[in-house]
Design a protein around this ligand. Sequence first.
Ligand code: PLP
Length: 354
Amino acid sequence: AGIINFCANNYLGLSSHPEVIRAAVEALEKFGAGLSSVRFICGTQSIYQDLEEKIARFHQREDAILYASCFDANAGIFEALLTPEDAVLSDELNHASIIDGIRLCKANKYRYKHMDMQDLEAKLKEAQKHRLRLVATDGAFSMDGDIAPLREICQLAQKYDALVFIDECHATGFLGPNGRGTDELLGVMDKVTIINSTLGKALGGAAGGYTTGPKPLIDLLRQRSRPYLFSNSLPPAVVGCASKALDLLMESNAIAQSMAAKTQRFRSKMTAAGFTISGKDHPICPVMLGDARLASVMAEDMLNRGIYVIGFSYPVVPKGKARIRVQISAVHSDEDIDRCVEAFTEVGRKHGAL
Ligand code: PLP
């Protein structure tokens, strides 16, 4: 009671949006609890195809394919696309699901230093001997709230004849002027070849993931991607939620703008109070504290003041870089944001962080 959640990926607040909930109930009533099948047997109904078409339209891509999660989308893509003659170049801080997906494929693996373009260029030069090169990066990195330098990545990809893959789980729905993601924010929508993202964060928060990109790639995934071929279709209610969330975002970017304004309010007030907030403009606002114990006791004390946040320390983040990761949502009111900043200021003073 009276506790405000500041640690969910519910960036746009759509998981409690009445129209999203109604769409889920309607889909449940019309299509049942589930399909009891994978997609290619009897698990495809019109709502799945409509959602895939909508996802492709939202991202301005040719086609899209749904998965049970983005973890599955990442697990399925590299193995289906890359052969032992190819190469994949991956940012060292990419999400665990990208790392696992890459482990499953037989391509030659290169890991470049986090967002380090010199290192990426060196690895691209080394990888020229392979048939095909794929650069893989998170669009926005969830631990630091920092954004991949996609413009530079795409320039290098062009220079060294590589494809670009981005994971947009922490970008879809709210980054860029129309919420299309990091590629829109950085003006490279026509240069990024493949996007994987989730329906389980900003787009209603239920579950599900997808790949969107060129039609021949999506056709290939439908034939070869193991998590797609061998796992159940998404529950209709989940499809209904995501489909409505996308409708709302394509009608207007007001929700995303409201979240951006609240992010700005939080970041500027916290900085003025004396805290260091990592990243820039992103609703992931890591309050950098350094010491693991400090992060943990401060998070506990925040909860006592009605603010739900979580401390992150080694091995989730590097040693000496413990933090409390705050995530802003469009459903937070300005008063909620101010209450959070006040609680941080009190707790920070009490524990000597300020
Ligand atoms: N990629 C990134 C960057 C994520 O943060 C996550 C979720 O934590 C995933 C992939 C997996 O998404 P899902 O929950 O849809 O499996």
